[in-house]
Design a protein around this ligand. Sequence first.
Ligand SMILES: *Cc1c(COP(=O)(O)O)cnc(C)c1O
Length: 449
Amino acid sequence: MDKIKILLSEKDIPRRWYNVKVDLPFSVPAPIDPVTKEPVRIDKGKSVFCGSLLEQEESLERWIAIPEPVIKALSIWRPTPLRRAVYLEKVLKTKCRIYYKDESVASAGSFKQNTAVAQAYYNKKEGITCLTTETGAGQWGSALSFACNLFGLKCRVYMVRLSYELKPFRRTLMRLWGAEVIPSPSKRTVYGRKILKKTPNTTGSIGISASEAVEDAFVHKNTKYAAASLFDYVNLHQTVIGLETKKQLKLIGEKPDYLIGCVGGGSNFAGLVFPFLRDRLKGSNMRMIAVEPASCPSLTKGAYIYDFADAGKFSSLQKMYTLGHSFVPPPVHTTGLRYHGCSPLISLLYNKKIIEARAYHQIEVLTAGVLFAKAERILPAPETTHAIKAAIDIAKSTKKSKCIVINFSGHGFFDLAAYEKFLDKKLKNYAYPIAEVKRAIKELLQLQP
Ligand SMILES: *Cc1c(COP(=O)(O)O)cnc(C)c1O
């Protein structure tokens, strides 16, 4: 009988993170200072980021040791199972083998805890007492609340207003672990007050909440900002996903033909695929597919250009696929993917055609999610259903027996309102506002070095 669950033991938790940059045959465009248009020189003392993490961002070591307390924290829920979707395969009548790396077993329900515990650890070690952050869907906020609780830090979470209202139980989980949760835009920050004055009824965006969290960290003592995604060090911390997956596939003699992940900032996709990139760069024809919402299609419809990471323009300029930092995505339920840009590393790989991208609308991805939930009896997060939809499409489009691996980024227990609307046929699809994006990208031309 085929195994349906490939498990590792605690000693198989990776001891080192993999730094993909070292193995790329091209250089990654440096972040640029928006004023001088020169590569940024970070003053670690003044930065809202933790010093050790900034060092990791620039590291040219291929392997970076994971500190013992972080491994101990990871062992609360890692290693995660690699599951074979045998029931889904049967429903699809496919010859393909479909596997999913189940990151939903994390205490807060998603892969985001992998970097949350690392960031909390390094900040604590440097004497920081409070972390601020933004959260879209609430998964990152919950993961960071969990990690701050574990390492004894305070946590302030600026939650995109749309999610604050749609997902009250995520709020509760964060508060339960000791975090303060603030609907954003808020009156707490200069930037939030400015946005509220201009657009009092805004549903908010991850970009706006990020600006508030950064401002909060900047003005408060012993307070730093924690990033959910986008940064190279976040991608680095997430490589535990791909490293484990590689081991698990090897145990059963499998080699993936397809690696698939959904993409917001890009860190869960990066976590799965980066450890396989070395093989891909050596000429294997493994395909790596990033899947995004059609309502917020940064890779498939954005421009590859320097842009700010946040709406308030506090960040440096990053070269990435972007819809413009002022882009406020339509109010879709896949809130974790409502981000205007994408990780510079992933953007570069896409630009060099090493990875591929696809975009889907929310009704088709939730249809795929429900099919998956009925077959596998595991409920995916709406974000995760993007990857599932792509896997199903691939399996249906081939008569061959391919090995497909999905990053199952999180569970959907806090997203039942979205599923309820779907079942009641009350969901609609949203196109992204083409004219608005064109204008935003045109404005960006003036920022270019
Ligand atoms: C945050 C999140 C994502 C998207 O984030 P990335 O940075 O693109 O990985 C996807 N799935 C879930 C469940 C999430 O919580």
